[in-house]
Design a protein around this ligand. Structure first.
Ligand SMILES: Cc1cc2nc3c(=O)[nH]c(=O)nc-3n(C[C@H](O)[C@H](O)[C@H](O)COP(=O)(O)O)c2cc1C
Length: 179
């Protein structure tokens, strides 16, 4: 019997399933990557994407990195403009994470309507109220990596917000709280 495509080993010997199962055991903090699409056809729409692939890269200069799936809405937007932000979500914000991870969602405009936020002065990107922190960035480098693009950003501003509670984490396919 031919194995299902996701179970087929790659040339290097690991199937998608094996790779996913191993990576699911890495506990990760959940962030909302955001940007303001200033293009006229977008009518100034705010865009958001739930992500765990976010990390600090360098202190001097201050750099961070996000990994964005090629052809996602955020990937397309960040090829046109270089300002974006990341909000570090609290465990009380798991519904927000779930909403901004849905592929066939109605519109980010509606989602942001129901999400308390303000726009960062450095980037114009939405910053989620009551997140643990928010970081505003300008893209410094883009690196194509398989089906994702690594976007390295210079940190323009940081905000420590009033978020109560612990970080929202993702582990073995579920949102978790450390408390
Ligand atoms: C917990 C979690 C973490 C995610 N992390 C990432 C990530 O780091 N990078 C990414 O491109 N997509 C990530 N995604 C998927 C995106 O949130 C999702 O594909 C996107 O919002 C759907 O929008 P699209 O229609 O533009 O693809 C993650 C999803 C979840 C549930």
């Amino acid at each position: 019997m031919t194995p299902a495509p996701q179970q087929m080993p790659h040339a290097e010997g690991v199937s998608d399933e094996e790779f996913r199962a191993a990576m699911a055991r890495l506990a990760a903090g959940v962030v909302l990557v955001t940007a303001h699409d200033a293009e006229e056809s977008a009518r100034g729409e705010d865009v958001g994407m739930t992500a765990t692939a976010f990390m600090s890269v360098s202190l001097e200069p201050p750099l961070v990195l996000i990994s964005v799936r090629t052809d996602s809405r955020m990937d397309e937007l960040l090829t046109r403009q270089d300002l974006w932000a990341v909000s570090l979500l609290t465990d009380a914000q798991h519904k927000t994470a779930g909403r901004f991870a849905m592929k066939a969602r109605l519109s980010d405009r509606l989602l942001f309507k129901e999400l308390p936020h303000r726009h960062g002065a450095a980037t114009g990107a939405p910053l989620v109220d009551d997140a643990l922190a928010a970081i505003e960035c300008r893209t410094e480098q883009r690196v194509a990596a398989g089906d994702h693009t690594l976007v390295i950003g210079r940190v323009l501003a940081t905000h420590l917000t009033q978020g109560e509670g612990g970080p929202l984490t993702y582990f073995q396919g579920r949102y978790r709280s450390l408390r």
